[in-house]
Write a protein that binds this ligand. Sequence first.
Ligand code: IFM
Length: 490
Amino acid sequence: MPPADRFSAPGPDASGHWSVEGLAARIPDDFTLGVATSAFQIEGALDEDGRGPSVWDDFAARRGMIADGDSPAVACDHYHLSPADLDLVAGLGVDSYRFSIAWPRVQPEGRGAWNERGWDFYDRLVDGMLSRGLSPMVTLYHWDTPLALEHDGGWLSRETALRCADYAAEAGRRFGDRVDRWVTLNEPVSVALNGYALGIHAPGRQLLFDAMPAVHHQLLAHGLSVQALRAVGVRGDVGVTNMHAPVHPARGPRDWIHARIADLLLNRLYADPVLLGRYPRPPLLATRPFRYLSHVPAEDLVTIHQPLDFYGVNYYYPARIRSGPGPIPDGVSATTAIARTPFHLADFPEYASTGFGWPISPMHCAVLLGELRRRYGKSLPPVYITESGASFPEPAQADGVMHDDARIAYLASHLEAALDAIQPGGPAEGVELRGWYVWTLMDNFEWAAGYSQRFGLVHTDFETLERTPKASYYWLRRLARARRRPAVSA
Ligand code: IFM
């Protein structure tokens, strides 16, 4: 039976194979279920209440950078609709809500004066979570760098790391008594690679391997922010989120060496310094592009290598690497960075794909957890999967329900793979997997893809801003409710 049928919802599954209840019964008692969002993708209100511009305001205003010329100005208008959105999260019956603070909303210039009206918004948001029984997980930096800092070099400048730590300290002072989990950065790889190396995300730089300082300064910002949060005495756990993509070579020896480089660029450049206190050694044939990292001050690596309470992992797809630049998209000039990369992501013809064209492989979620265990062993703190999800086209409507069965299959199979992986004899036996957050609550502004990629459990009508829960929302609610929860002691 195809997976989409096995997990279709709502309603019991007829096969008796893996029902929602069957999956729920396998979720450990103290495991956190949650949903995740990020500020720039949902808030809108870019010019309101003293918010300063971010690199993404600037990038999105440039012609041709966002699919269909979509504007982030309103997005889901969460800035005005947040109480109703929190009701939607609470209605799921999940334990936790992961959201991000927009740095330019609380510190418009990225340094200096705080914007009290910005802080007030997050103050209400955190209190709104607590009053609904939701445990807050805060991401401090989810890509929306204050534009003023970018004008001074952004992540190419060490200064940005210091400013980020100031901001972390202030957030810690204000919310340290109420937030359970702190994520310093979300996916520094996406910022360095897409934003500084390839120019397909903000700030739109095309530096290829000269983007290495953006790797190091983000990691330094992480280490300094962990220190800052702890120095102001936050009571919650502190960690970081990296994206991981298990890497395979497509075919021949050149693909093999490029796959090793891709594994460094996608995974190890971020995980090794954070968890082991050192940058990975590049293959002998490829030392030049990584030279910058061998000259960074040794003390920086000590700072980056902070003891963490947890390690956050975003898993979306495995990466198959083929030598040479990929097919050049229409309208992209051959001189742009994306047309000059030494290798590219090739298709996995054996897997179905998401709306974005990403290969769907739950098995690789297990592979990745196994890789973390093998590579980091005792240095790996407890793990949260901080994002898991997929975009699919507009769901079909029938009987008043938006049927996104492919999303249900995606989510169920990935959660199942992760739970399997940590069982005795599984590839990640011994990894302390503490939770799983679905990306994302509602359809939103998917960066350079604008509103064309729908990742939400809840459908957003971008004209009317009406939210409509999809079948996957009801599926997650059933899953959350069907768990065996230990009695809460008085
Ligand atoms: O929407 C993004 C999110 O902001 C970061 N992780 C990947 C998601 C899907 O592309």
